[in-house]
Design a protein around this ligand. Structure first.
Ligand code: SF4
Length: 195
């Protein structure tokens, strides 16, 4: 698992290096968690989710139970179409999993302070590079899926799904209903054949 996670980090690092010039002038500041509370879905790949699940296993039991509850709560609220903060957002507006946060969080910065009427404002080049990075992440995880963080973490917590996924097998029909209702996409269908 480690070599593939290293590749995940390489994709993150390439995007960070490409966009460093833009981020220097960004309006983002410590304590602003607009992206974690109001910016909509936080899409991750199953591979990114697997790394989060590994991390969760190392968290002491009481905190882990609280995080699992937060993940469940987020999934339930979103299923009802209600706004919901990221389950990993701490009370002080810091990220509980900052070092392993997914690409969806790494790609976002804004040249203007975000607000209800002002979504994150990124450079066009940065958005194109982010699309490249997402294609690379999906290509790295060809028997996996992409979707909102809590839904993917739920899938990985389902023994039948996890066994199939870890075996490198591909059974989209097994998650068809859940996938349709939760906006899960199949990674290999999102990546052009030449990638
Ligand atoms: S994973 Fe961290 S950075 Fe990403 S939305 Fe959640 S709290 Fe924010």
């Amino acid at each position: 698992m480690t070599p593939i996670l290293d590749k995940l980090t390489e994709i993150y690092d390439l995007h960070a290096a490409r966009t460093a010039q833009f981020r220097q002038a960004a309006a983002c500041a410590k304590g602003c968690a607009f992206c974690c509370t109001d910016a909509g879905r936080i899409d991750i790949t199953t591979l990114e989710g697997l790394r989060m699940r590994q991390h969760l296993r190392q968290v002491p039991r009481p905190q882990r139970a609280a995080l699992e509850n937060a993940i469940d709560r987020d999934a339930r609220r979103r299923e009802k179409g209600r706004p919901s903060p990221c389950p990993f957002l701490l009370k002080n507006m810091a990220c509980r999993i900052y070092d392993i946060r997914p690409f969806a969080c790494r790609r976002i910065y804004s040249m203007k302070r975000c607000g209800p009427e002002q979504p994150p404002l990124l450079h066009r080049e940065a958005m194109a590079w982010a699309d490249e990075a997402i294609a690379s992440l999906q290509a790295l995880d060809p028997n996996g899926y992409t979707g909102h963080i809590s839904y993917i973490l739920h899938m990985l917590d389902t023994p039948a799904f996890l066994t199939t996924y870890l075996a490198g097998a591909f059974k989209p029909e097994a998650v068809m209903m859940y996938g349709r209702t939760h906006g899960i996409v199949i990674n290999r269908m999102m990546v052009p054949a030449s990638t």
